[in-house]
Design a protein around this ligand. Structure first.
Ligand SMILES: C[S@@+](CC[C@H](N)C(=O)[O-])C[C@H]1O[C@@H](n2cnc3c(N)ncnc32)[C@H](O)[C@@H]1O
Length: 620
């Protein structure tokens, strides 16, 4: 439940009249008719508890990775008086895509034979990788734009007076979002519509011109924004008139005979068409295995043009961490937020390898409890089978739970993908009581309604008392409790030994066995799907008995055993997808031998499995 609500920007929905000026508004937003958005904007941004999960490097650093939704991250920043000087966002595009991350089994260091077998299998990408859903990108336009409106309002509320914002979109929705930007920032705060032309994209054959560009909308908060002209090499040198400024006017320079003079020009000012290649899977350095990862060159241009060293650069849909990584390299401070745990882990590892200083924070809002909303739903489905969306009561999921006291109880859950159903309000409760409950079988004794957020519990209880004239009991429950049950912790067997004769690496933790119920489920699911769909002969993925190939990272905290203290990684080993190890952020070409070392006594150990779940074991 939100602690409180933080106002967005003072002038809120009244500015939305702009859209009502359109005559053909049928397919364009009509916010004024959308009570829910208006209500939510007027209520403010929900502020949740934010906990610090980890500190990397300098304890004093203000740089942040926030695991949470854009609006929640902004509420946190606003509450703490933190302003940002430059924003780049690349939100999901409403493109209809459902992004997935390839998950790679690593080599099992304990099984020599298995390694050999794995080597043969490693040649076939499909056999060693399976997919994890990262986030869904399937929206209808109206929902998407309402959602974007809230996000942009939230972002604007934390931008400093001189700040600029770059919103990265494409042909699907960019033209609609430009209207939102005009409303929120003002038409006169529009600076550029940048075309990112990724000329190296292999566009599929189609009966249209190949689509090889995205748009980036560039606006500022006020007319006092930072802009540093950027230059690039010309493809061909150009003969250019030599000019000079006299009394603010550019005039041609002439030689003693009065002839205009020329010089060879190799550089030109960068205009609003940016020719920057898209990352290719074959690129050796940049790709970090995150779908939709953007090239560093793109961010470098934005950050150099619109900020100075020491200013704060934020990306509230941070993905692979490209904005944070480039900001850090260029001496700026960074804030990275993302709702998806894979983004948080990828960015954390990327920045750690770059030697950055930062903290990792988590918004305790119930939605990011699990890896991301889609996977949260998958996890819940394991407890409440057969969940389906029911639109008669707004967009909620409906299922049932059976126990010996009540028999089968219908269960209603908010649709995590739809931010408008997060708060359990009187309207939804009314629909459940008056539309859904009369349809239930006479044997039903209880109805369970899960919520992510409520504003006033007493009000809901009173409403139930006054309106439920059936004998069916209505129980309101916090979704967090359900999720706690959905997550099975991974299990690890290990030995911890000490060899004082060593100069360094006195302590060794050797992993003997690792078991992850979650990875096991994913593999079974993958095998079944592949068997059913594969045209060629399919060899199912098998885990060894030791299960070490399901480990992606191990970190030892030798500083504190306090479970509530932020994590302090004193020694860490990451097993990359090609099974080589990165030790304390330093890449090597070695394979993992199943151990991790430390100079001082480890107090706790964190293991991240290849799907991203992290399990902490205490040594004391
Ligand atoms: C297109 S990707 C960003 C890619 C990024 N620019 C990069 O180069 O790696 C969009 C990201 O938004 C995240 N996301 C989706 N909904 C979000 C929300 N409500 N708040 C924060 N992040 C969200 C997704 O998890 C995803 O990582």
């Amino acid at each position: 439940m939100a602690i409180k609500y933080v106002p967005y920007f003072p002038t809120t929905v009244s500015g939305q009249a702009v859209l009502d000026n359109f005559v053909r508004t049928q397919r364009i937003l009509r916010y004024r008719e959308s009570d829910k958005v208006t209500e939510r904007i007027l209520r403010g941004m929900p502020l949740y508890e934010v906990t610090e999960q980890e500190r990397v490097g300098d304890e004093e650093s203000d740089n942040m990775i926030i695991h949470g939704e854009c609006v929640s991250a902004c509420a946190y920043l606003k509450e703490h008086g933190i302003k940002v000087d430059l924003v780049y966002i690349d939100p999901p595009f409403a493109s209809g895509a459902d992004y997935a991350k390839k998950v790679y089994l690593r080599r099992n260091p304990l099984a020599a034979k298995a390694i050999q077998k794995a080597e043969q299998e490693l040649e076939d990408e499909e056999l060693k990788a399976f997919e994890e859903k990262m986030y869904g990108d399937i929206w209808d336009k109206e929902k998407y734009l309402n959602w974007m409106y809230e996000n942009l309002m939230a972002i604007r509320s934390v931008m400093s007076e001189n700040a600029s914002i770059y919103v990265h979109l494409d042909w699907h929705i960019g033209h609609y979002v430009k209207i939102l930007m005009d409303e929120i920032f003002g038409e006169d705060r529009f600076i550029n519509e940048i075309t990112w032309y990724y000329y190296n994209k292999m566009a599929p054959k189609s009966n249209c011109f190949p689509r090889t560009s995205d748009i980036i909308l560039y606006y500022s908060k006020s007319n006092q924004y930072i802009f540093n002209t950027q230059y690039e090499q010309r493809e061909e040198k150009k003969k250019q008139l030599i000019r000079k400024f006299v009394n603010g006017k550019a005039i041609n320079v002439r030689d003693e005979n009065g002839n205009v003079m020329y010089q060879d020009s190799y550089e030109k000012r960068i205009d609003d068409v940016w020719k920057i290649p898209m990352l290719q899977p074959a690129d050796k350095n940049e790709p970090v295995g995150y779908a939709t990862q953007k090239p560093e060159a793109l961010l470098e241009r934005i950050i150099k043009a619109s900020s100075y060293e020491g200013l704060v650069v934020a990306d509230f849909f941070g993905g692979s961490g490209v904005t944070a990584a480039v900001a850090d390299k260029l001496g700026r401070k960074f804030i990275h937020a993302d709702v998806n745990i894979n983004s948080i882990q990828t960015t954390r590892d990327r920045l750690k390898a770059n030697g950055a200083n930062f903290s990792v924070k988590k918004v305790q809002d119930g939605v990011t409890l699990y890896r991301n909303p889609i996977q949260t739903k998958d996890a819940i489905t394991r407890i409440i089978p057969g969940l389906r969306l029911d639109f008669t009561i707004g967009s909620m999921w409906v299922g049932s739970i059976t126990d010996s006291t009540y028999g089968s109880s219908p269960v209603y859950l908010p649709d995590l993908m739809d931010s408008s159903s997060r708060v359990l309000d009187i309207v939804t409760l009314n629909r459940i009581i008056n539309d859904a409950m009369p349809q239930l079988s006479p044997n039903v004794k209880r109805v369970i309604i899960y919520y992510i957020d409520i504003v006033d519990r007493q009000e809901l209880d009173d409403f139930i008392k006054d309106n439920n004239d059936t004998v069916i009991e209505i129980e309101l429950r916090d979704l967090k409790e359900l999720l706690d049950n959905a997550i099975l912790q991974d299990e690890v067997e290990y030995t911890l030994s000490e060899d004082p004769s060593n100069m360094v690496d006195i302590f060794t933790v050797a992993i003997k066995r690792f078991y992850s119920d979650r990875v096991g489920h994913k593999i079974t699911e993958f095998n079944q799907k592949a068997m059913a769909n594969s045209k060629k002969k399919f060899t199912p993925i098998e885990m060894s008995l030791e299960g070490l190939e399901a480990i992606e990272m191990i970190s030892l905290d030798c500083t504190t055993a306090d479970l509530n203290a932020p994590w302090h990684s004193d020694s860490e080993i990451k097993i990359e997808k090609d099974s080589t190890v990165t030790i304390n952020g330093r890449k090597t070409s070695d394979f993992w031998d199943g151990t991790i070392h430390a100079d001082t006594k480890p107090l706790r150990m964190k293991i991240r499995n290849i799907c991203g779940d992290e399990t902490i074991t205490n040594f004391v």
